[in-house]
Design a protein around this ligand. Structure first.
Ligand code: KIV
Length: 275
């Protein structure tokens, strides 16, 4: 039986616990972003394990150059829309830049707002030892936390570039230590973004919690992509790690041009398309 068929037949809600079981039995975890009701419904019904309401909404939904401008209210709006659609997938909402790095009380307040107002299953935030206190406080409130290490787009102004992270020994060592720290304090999973495949595979083999990669090779426990990138809506973005499963930019443009043409030529609506 194909994986997709098996996933569709298994309608049980995906939980953080089930993700750990999937890692234990070597079943890869599928994760994709969604930001609105209609797409979330399609993605959930297709059998996705995890849906991430990513702060990449700042780029692909709001048109910002970075993820930094998106606000907590905007993330909550996207989270609520997605949660209305999803029945099976685990839904993770990103805490946006500036809502958890300041102090742990503020971090907890942000996480509580997300959980209360969206009804999502858990939150994700970027960073390691620097935000330890914030993560611990959120976990103490019973909110599951997914970590995010490697290329952390909220720190783009510090990095100065979106290039591969942790190629150097010191940064790789810090990433390994941070991953162990996140596991030891209770994170249920970690996203590793754009790091060497061998390093990501090492982290995945050393940790018992699932490691979900984006641009981190195949030796991890699951993969995540941004929906607009994998559906080919985002034509200008083609990093090496991206596989496109559709070419919606061309499909949508063609459909819209056909519609314009039909309106202009009075072909639409025809007799059957009116009352
Ligand atoms: O915001 C996002 O879409 C993400 C993924 C790139 C993992 O964090």
């Amino acid at each position: 039986m194909s994986v997709a068929k098996r996933d569709l037949e298994d309608t049980r809600k995906v939980t953080t616990h089930r993700l750990i079981e999937m890692k234990q039995r070597g079943e890869k975890i599928s994760m994709l972003t969604a930001y609105d009701f209609s797409m979330a419904q399609l993605i959930d019904q297709a059998g996705m394990d995890v849906i991430l309401v990513g702060d990449s909404a700042s780029n692909v939904m709001a048109g910002n150059v970075t993820t930094l401008p998106i606000t907590l209210d905007q993330m909550i709006y996207h989270g609520k829309s997605v949660m209305k659609a999803v029945k099976r997938a685990l839904v993770v909402v990103d805490l946006p830049f500036g809502t958890y790095q300041g102090n742990s009380k503020e971090a907890l307040a942000s996480a509580i707002r997300v959980m209360k107002e969206t009804h999502a299953d858990c939150i994700k935030l970027e960073g390691g030892s620097e935000i330890r206190e914030s993560i611990e406080r959120i976990l103490c409130a019973g909110i599951p936390v997914m970590g995010h290490l490697g290329l952390t787009p909220q720190s783009i102004n510090k990095f100065g570039t979106y290039t591969v992270r942790a190629r150097e020994e010191a940064e790789a060592q810090k990433l390994i230590e941070d991953a162990h720290l996140l596991e030891s304090i209770g994170c249920f999973a970690i996203v590793l973004e754009k790091i060497p495949a061998a390093l990501a595979a090492r982290v995945a083999s050393e940790l018992t919690i699932p490691i979900i990669g984006i641009g981190a090779g195949g030796g991890v426990d699951g993969q995540v992509l941004v929906m607009h990138d994998m559906l080919g809506i985002n034509k200008g973005f083609s990093p090496r790690f991206l596989r496109r499963y559709a070419n919606l930019a061309e499909d949508i443009t063609r459909a819209v041009q056909n519609y314009i043409e039909d309106v202009k030529t009075k072909d639409f609506p025809n007799e059957k398309e009116q009352y």
